[in-house]
Design a protein around this ligand. Structure first.
Ligand code: NA7
Length: 535
């Protein structure tokens, strides 16, 4: 039976992914009433929706897991180095059972809008089913990659065959046996699903606008001894995660890519490639993210790897990215480049042969029409802001979040936004979020926000709101840090470049999770400096 929606709670949480689940757990411990609204039929967020074949996380399971419960950490039986989507969803479900979370989650219910009422100093939250709940606080735990995106291609609705988006994959799966399949998009979702679909389909044609850099995952089952070693030392590992740049501890590089010999450089890249770890690749040298010349050495080295693996030199050349390594999100794969050696797999380079339209029978490029039984869209998300601006959020004096952010998101610490009292974002734009191990960033934000809520309650205070000047300074700081890096050089979803008309603003904070946490802690220690707090 559907859970009855209470008329008033202390906190409304939107989303029952890893953020919303942990929020609920922490709020309950404070003795606060909360309701979580979730569009899906179960918990898991990203791992509930993205059920495409081959879906896996690109951070190791022992690191991509909650740290808040030592018992959970000690007992949860992770099986693989990089778990599959079903394994991660099972973990989310286990957490929901273990902490009895589902009784405060309203499933199948999308939040449509929320309006701040200054008189009662509370939010009125509305859902698609016309529920209305009053709450002191509203927390958007809606994820960074959750507003999926279909491409702007004429004729999308005309195709007579089956159509799927990787982020809305049918729960029963898709059988590609004997099918002629076209797939559009070669980000992580494309890179992970292409090798698996290729094994089943009669023919698979990949339409690539921008190639990805991808590293072989070298996935394997975890050995009992490595699990035991981690469990014996989990607290210090978690501490190292918190202090690291990306939420995954690495050996911090000490040398520039330009100060070593060619053979030393190649040996270092080779070791990173063999390690099957993206953070290892990105932390081979001190200057990969800041120096074009240094980055070029990694780029040409990876191009060499692609040419080594892929038999057809033209296909290999088409698979080689031209933007700096790491400036678009790199991928972790199993047999990605190898898949292009299969007879039933074809690559269409849309830079050379532009996509014209979707037709009744398939995909038409400038060259010809390709006929398919199935088209898969692996075309990504309106990242970081889409899941926030898709909800009609109205702050002080009816201020619309979407309109306020029309020239780019403006937040203080990626947590709050001026004009929107008592509204918090988990891993919002302006925080490390997508540049980090998401679970590390999620736990940090949830802890920080819940501590603030507790502080307000204990002091008898009712509202908290980012100050415009603190927000302006933070936005400038986020931009300044991005400006030191090569990130602005690629057309990435970090910059909103995949959504026509979206302002080109680098959204995540690139200073690292360790530095960011320190800043957040300082703000709290100084009595939540930069926030206006009132009774
Ligand atoms: P991504 O990484 O945004 O990838 C989407 C892909 O779809 C990317 O290759 C896009 O090319 C391509 N795309 C998007 N629109 C079009 C159109 N109109 N025509 C052709 N190709 C298009 O999303 P994913 O789901 O793969 O991964 C998202 C994140 O999830 C990933 O980074 C990990 O963090 C996990 P483009 O690069 O925009 O030229």
């Amino acid at each position: 039976p559907a859970r009855a929606v209470p008329p008033a709670v202390d906190v409304v949480v939107v989303g029952a992914g890893f953020s919303g689940m942990y929020l609920l757990h922490r709020l309950r411990k404070l003795g606060m009433s909360a309701v979580v609204f979730e569009a899906g039929t179960d918990v898991g967020g990203t791992w509930y929706w993205n059920r495409y074949p081959g879906a896996r996380v690109d951070v190791e399971s022992l690191a991509y897991s909650y740290s808040f419960s030592a018992e959970l950490e000690q007992e949860y039986p992770w099986e693989e180095r990089y778990p599959t989507q079903p394994e991660i969803l099972k973990y989310a479900q286990h957490v929901a059972d273990r902490f009895d979370l589902r009784r405060d989650i309203v499933f199948r219910t999308r939040v449509s809008g929320a309006t701040w009422d200054d008189e009662s100093r509370s939010w009125l939250v509305r859902t698609e089913h016309a529920d209305a709940v009053t709450a002191r606080f509203l927390v958007m735990a809606t994820g960074c990659l959750s507003a999926s995106k279909m491409p702007e291609i004429p004729g999308l609705d005309t195709f007579k065959g089956a159509t799927y988006h990787t982020a809305h994959w049918p729960h029963e799966g898709v059988d590609f046996t004997g099918q002629r399949v076209g797939i559009i998009g070669t980000g992580s979702s494309g890179v992970q699903s292409i090798p698996v679909i290729a094994e089943q389909a009669a023919e698979l044609t990949v339409f690539q606008r921008t190639p990805a850099y991808s590293l072989p995952a070298r996935n394997r089952r975890l050995r009992p001894d490595e699990v035991a070693a981690m469990r014996a030392d989990y607290r210090s590992y978690r501490q190292a995660q918190k202090e690291s740049a990306a939420g995954v501890p690495v050996v911090v590089p000490t040398k520039s890519a330009l100060e070593v010999s060619d053979s030393e450089r190649h040996a270092i890249y080779e070791a990173a490639w063999e390690s099957g770890s993206l953070v290892n690749l990105l932390s081979t040298f001190t200057d990969l993210s800041t120096s074009q010349e240094a980055n070029d050495t990694a780029k040409s080295w990876i191009h060499g790897k692609i040419h080594d693996i892929v038999d057809d030199p033209q296909v290999a050349a088409d698979l080689c990215p031209d933007y700096p390594v790491g400036t678009k999100r790199p991928c972790l794969d199993t047999n990605y480049y190898e898949t292009y050696n299969r007879d039933n797999v074809h690559l269409v380079n849309l830079r050379r042969t532009p996509l014209v339209e979707i037709t009744e029978r398939g995909v038409r490029t400038a060259e010809r029409e390709h006929e398919f039984d199935v088209i898969v869209y692996a075309t990504g998300f309106d990242a970081m802001t889409g899941s926030l601006t898709n909800v009609d959020i109205r702050g002080r004096d009816g201020l619309s979040l979407k309109e306020t952010w029309s020239a780019g998101p403006r937040t203080y610490l990626g947590i709050g936004s001026a004009g929107f009292p008592n509204l918090f974002m988990i891993t919002g734009p302006g925080s490390p979020s997508v540049l980090s191990n998401m679970i590390v960033s999620i736990e940090q934000h949830v802890d920080w926000v819940v501590d603030l809520v507790e502080h307000l309650r204990d002091q008898g205070l009712r509202t908290v709101e980012a100050l415009p000047e603190a927000q302006d300074a933070w936005v400038d700081h986020v931009n300044e840090i991005a400006g030191y890096t090569l990130y602005p050089k690629a057309n990435s979803w970090y910059l909103g470049a995949n959504v026509p008309g979206k302002p080109r603003v680098f959204m995540p904070y690139a200073g690292g999770v360790g530095a960011y946490r320190k800043k957040c802690d300082e703000v709290a220690e100084k009595g939540y400096e930069g926030f206006a707090i009132a009774a």
